[in-house]
Structure formats: structure tokens, C-alpha cells
Ligand binder design. Structure first.
Ligand code: SAM
Length: 272
């Protein structure tokens, strides 16, 4: 099965580690009040290294989860990781498949969860259409997706913004969508989901929470730099821009009045 065309972050061991850290770091925002309480069979598309699967299994002890993942190395890591998690035993499977062609029949699941995956697929309508096809009536779906136009840093960091523009344009040029969060309402509605709602989830970190700001800046620097090898190889950024961004991020991290701002979108809906 091919690697998804829009997968900017790559499939290195470091990237797999980053996904584990990222899921834990964002857990309180992504997993806040999810509607899976009386659900038994959840479909997770783009399950990656199993990091979100572990959190869902921990929060919802009655749930069994089927992860669908297109990349075999991610699947191997998910199986290794979930094999070490006591509360996951006997409650998950990870299937090697493409979210645009789910190998399940109608009404196979009573809930679905997608996180940071639609930004990497060329045809999000088809993935969501497939998710709806395999859900039972009334099943809730939750999608959390990026909206990269919302990023802001103070002190002003021009190389970082140039890099960010290149990062987003590269993702668009390889068939992904770094702004897909804003479109989730339309996408879900277009394939027949009902009761569609969206929530803007914002990190606005300043002097009110200096510890959290420092942690977040570290996480964000890692996320930005995870795209650097692909962007340098594709000639989308120069080494000077990457070096300039690295210096700017260090300066922001030292600045006692730094501001970090970013929003993502979490959409919820029901199958019908
Ligand atoms: C950024 S990772 C997020 C993983 C996980 N949802 C998380 O939050 O940790 C996106 C994952 O989606 C997978 N993916 C991309 N396109 C896919 C597709 N068409 N079908 C299934 N998985 C896909 C990638 O291989 C990658 O593991």
C-alpha cells in the first residue's frame, strides 16, 4: 500500500516518538468530554502509532477499538506499544487499510474518532463518506484537525513565518490540506452526517501561564522541525531559513513576554 502522498512528517523513529509525546501533550484538549461513554465498537482512522488509541481505551473501559492505518511501520509500532498497555489487552486491532476504502460492511461500528489525519489525505470527503457508511445510525464521530492559518508568535519571527508558509504550501502541493479544520463542518455535512457542530480549541499562551508556554514552545519547535528534512529535500526552504527559524524560536523561548497562539478545530456529528 502506498505511503499517503500528503504525509509531510515522514515515518522515522523520531517522528513515531513525537506522535506519542504529542498525543499525551494534547490529551486534555483533544479528549475533553468525548461522546463515547456507552459505545462499544469505535473506528479510528489514521491510528498512527496507537497513541490516541491508548488514551481512548483508558478513558472508556467498555470500548473496543479498530484502528485503520495505511503505513505498516506505524502499525508495527502501534501493536508493539499497545502490547505494553495493560488496559488495552484484548480490546484493539489495527488493520492495514486506506481510509478511502474501508474493508468493513455497513453498521460495523457505533462510534468513530479521527485525529490529525484528514490534513494528510487527498480526498477527505471520500474518507468521511466511508466512515459514515460503516457507522450505525446515531453513531457519534469526532474529528480533530489543524487550522494552520491561526499560528502567531511574539516577538515577531519572520523566518518562522516564511518556513510556516512553505510548510503549508508543501502540504497543499502534495495533496494534503493544512487548513482542513475550517472545512470540517462542510465536509461532514456533505456526506450526510447530521447534528454537525464545531469547536475552536485555542492555545493562547502568555505571561498568565509561563510554564505551559515554555512546554508548548518546545513541543511546537519540535513539530516545525519535523517537517524540515522534507522541505529541504523538496527545495521549499533554504538551510538559512531553517537556521533563522531555530534562532527565532530560541529567542521566543527566552523572552519573558512571549506570546504563542494557535487554534485547531474539533468537529462532532452523528451518522444517519
Ligand atoms: C499525524 S498522524 C496522526 C496519528 C494519530 N491519529 C495521532 O493523533 O497520533 C496521521 C496518520 O494517518 C495515517 N494516514 C494518512 N493517510 C491515511 C489513509 N488514507 N488511510 C489510513 N491512514 C492514513 C498516516 O500514515 C499517519 O500514521
Amino acid at each position: 500500500m502506498p505511503t499517503p502522498t500528503g504525509y509531510l512528517h515522514g515515518y522515522s523513529d523520531e517522528e513515531r516518538e513525537r506522535l506519542h509525546r504529542q498525543a499525551r501533550f494534547l490529551e486534555s484538549m483533544v479528549h475533553d468530554r468525548l461522546p463515547f461513554r456507552r459505545r462499544k465498537k469505535l473506528l479510528e482512522v489514521g491510528s498512527g502509532v496507537g497513541a490516541q488509541t491508548e488514551i481512548l481505551l483508558r478513558h472508556f473501559p467498555d470500548l473496543k477499538i479498530t484502528g485503520v492505518e495505511i503505513n505498516e511501520a506505524q502499525i508495527a509500532e502501534a501493536r508493539r506499544f499497545l502490547g505494553t498497555v495493560p488496559w488495552a489487552a484484548g480490546r484493539y486491532e489495527v488493520v492495514h487499510a486506506d481510509g478511502t476504502r474501508l474493508p468493513f460492511g455497513p453498521e460495523s461500528f457505533d462510534s468513530a474518532f479521527l485525529c490529525w489525519v484528514l490534513e494528510h489525505v487527498g480526498d477527505p470527503v471520500r474518507v468521511l463518506g466511508e466512515v459514515r457508511r460503516v457507522l450505525s445510525p446515531g453513531a457519534p464521530v469526532v474529528c480533530s484537525e489543524v487550522l494552520n492559518a491561526t499560528f502567531f508568535l511574539d516577538p515577531y519571527s519572520p523566518d518562522t513565518l516564511r518556513y510556516w508558509t512553505a510548510f503549508n504550501e508543501h502540504q497543499l502541493s502534495v495533496g494534503g490540506d493544512p487548513f482542513v479544520g475550517a472545512k470540517l463542518g462542510n465536509l461532514l455535512q456533505s456526506v450526510g452526517f447530521r447534528d454537525v457542530s464545531t469547536e475552536v480549541k485555542t492555545f493562547h499562551l502568555d505571561n498568565r501561564a509561563p510554564g505551559e508556554r515554555a512546554e508548548f514552545l518546545e513541543y511546537w519547535s519540535e513539530l516545525l522541525l519535523s517537517g524540515a528534512p522534507a522541505l529541504l529535500a523538496a527545495d521549499k526552504v533554504s538551510q538559512e531559513i531553517v537556521d533563522g527559524m531555530t534562532r527565532e524560536l530560541e529567542r521566543v523561548a527566552r523572552d519573558p513576554n512571549a506570546v504563542f497562539f494557535y487554534s485547531f478545530i474539533q468537529a462532532r456529528a452523528r451518522a444517519w
